[in-house]
Design a protein around this ligand. Structure first.
Ligand SMILES: *[C@@H]1O[C@H](CO)[C@@H](O)[C@H](O)[C@H]1NC(C)=O
Ligand SMILES: *[C@@H]1O[C@H](CO)[C@@H](O)[C@H](O)[C@H]1NC(C)=O
Ligand SMILES: *[C@@H]1O[C@H](CO)[C@@H](O)[C@H](O)[C@H]1NC(C)=O
Length: 273
C-alpha cells in the first residue's frame, strides 16, 4: 500500500499528541456538561474520551449515560441529583468515594417478572434470576412504522422470522430524541396489549428491547406488561439508545446488576458486529 509522506506525518502528529482524532461532541450525543471536548479536539487539559462506537463499528454502546437531566418516570424534572461525593480528597479523604440513589427503572434498564406480578415478586423472580442466555446472543434491530404504536397489525407487518429470539424495536421515540429530554413524555411509542399478545403467541422472541422508558405504550401500560411477563420467559429491556446504528443483525450483550430482591435494574447493553 502506498502511503503518502503527508499521511505519515499526520499520523505521527496524532500519536505524538496522544489525542483522539474524532472525539468532538456531535449533536446526536450531547456531552455531559463540563466534559465536552474543546472544538477541534486540541485542548491541552486532561480530558476523557467518551465514545458511542468502539473499534470503528465493532461495538456500539446502546446504553444511555446516567445524568441528572435524563428523563425519569412521570416526572417533569428529570432524574435530578442522584450522585454525590460522600468522601472527597479535597476534604482530606484518601480517595474520592461517590454514592448514588436511583429508582431501579431509570435510564437503560431491565424489568423482571416481579415488576407487575406480586406473586412473582414474592416468589423471588428478581433481576438476579434473569437468564443471561436470553440477554446475550444474536439480535435483530428493526425499525417500526413511525405513525402507530406497536399493535398486532404492526407486529404482523414486520415479518420477523421464526427462530429470532431477540429483537430491539426502534420507534419514533428515537427520532423524537425522547431519552435526551428531561421532561417525561406520555406520548411515547410502545406496545399495545394486542401487539404484546401477538408477539408472545406468534414469535420466538424472548428479549424485547425498546427506545424509551417502557415497552408498553402509556395507554396500555399495565396490560402490555402483564402479557409480556406472565410466562416469565420474556425479558424486557427499556430505555435503549438506538440512535445512529443501522437496522440489522448483531450480537447483543446486556448485563444487569445482581440486585437480589429488585424487580428492575440498570443494565449495560452493547451491540457487536
Ligand atoms: C476528587 O474529588 C475532588 C472534589 O472533592 C475533585 O476536585 C478531584 O478532581 C477528585 N480527584 C480525583 C483523583 O478524582
Ligand atoms: C467538604 O466539607 C465541607 C464542610 O463539612 C462541606 O461543606 C463541603 O461540601 C465538603 N465538600 C466536598 C466536596 O465534599
Ligand atoms: C402511542 O400511544 C400514545 C398513548 O399511549 C399516544 O399518545 C401516541 O400518540 C401514540 N403514538 C402514535 C405514533 O400513534
Amino acid at each position: 500500500m502506498a502511503v503518502s509522506p503527508f499521511f505519515l506525518s499526520f499520523l505521527s502528529l496524532f500519536s505524538l499528541l496522544s489525542l483522539p482524532v474524532s472525539a468532538a461532541a456531535s449533536d446526536a450525543y450531547p456531552s455531559i456538561p463540563g466534559t465536552a471536548p474543546v472544538d477541534g479536539g486540541f485542548a491541552d487539559e486532561l480530558k476523557p474520551i467518551r465514545r458511542e462506537v468502539y473499534g470503528e463499528g465493532k461495538i456500539f454502546d446502546i446504553s444511555h449515560r446516567y445524568t441528572s437531566d435524563m428523563p425519569s418516570w412521570d416526572s417533569s424534572e428529570g432524574l435530578g441529583r442522584f450522585l454525590w461525593l460522600a468522601a472527597s480528597m479535597k476534604n482530606g479523604s484518601l480517595a474520592n468515594n461517590s454514592e448514588m440513589k436511583i429508582p431501579t427503572h431509570t435510564g437503560t434498564h431491565v424489568d423482571s417478572p416481579g415488576h407487575v406480578y406480586d406473586s412473582y415478586y414474592d416468589a423471588g423472580f428478581d433481576v438476579d434470576s434473569l437468564d443471561l442466555q436470553v440477554l446475550n446472543g444474536p439480535a435483530l434491530l428493526v425499525d417500526v412504522p413511525r405513525n402507530k404504536n406497536i399493535t398486532a397489525d404492526v407486529m404482523k407487518s414486520l415479518h420477523i422470522p421464526k427462530g429470532v429470539r431477540r429483537v430491539l424495536f426502534r420507534t419514533l421515540n428515537t427520532d423524537r430524541r425522547l431519552m435526551f429530554k428531561k421532561e417525561f413524555d406520555t406520548s411515547y411509542v410502545g406496545f399495545m396489549k394486542d401487539g404484546a399478545q401477538w408477539l408472545v403467541d406468534n414469535t420466538d422472541i424472548k428479549l424485547v428491547g425498546i427506545d424509551y422508558l417502557s415497552v408498553a405504550a402509556y395507554d396500555d401500560l399495565i396490560p402490555s406488561h402483564l402479557v409480556f411477563l406472565k410466562g416469565r420467559e420474556t425479558i424486557l429491556v427499556e430505555g435503549l439508545k438506538l440512535d445512529d446504528v443501522k437496522a440489522g443483525l448483531y450480537y447483543v450483550h446486556c448485563l444487569p446488576l445482581r440486585l437480589v430482591g429488585a424487580e428492575g435494574s440498570p443494565i449495560r447493553c452493547i451491540l457487536m458486529t
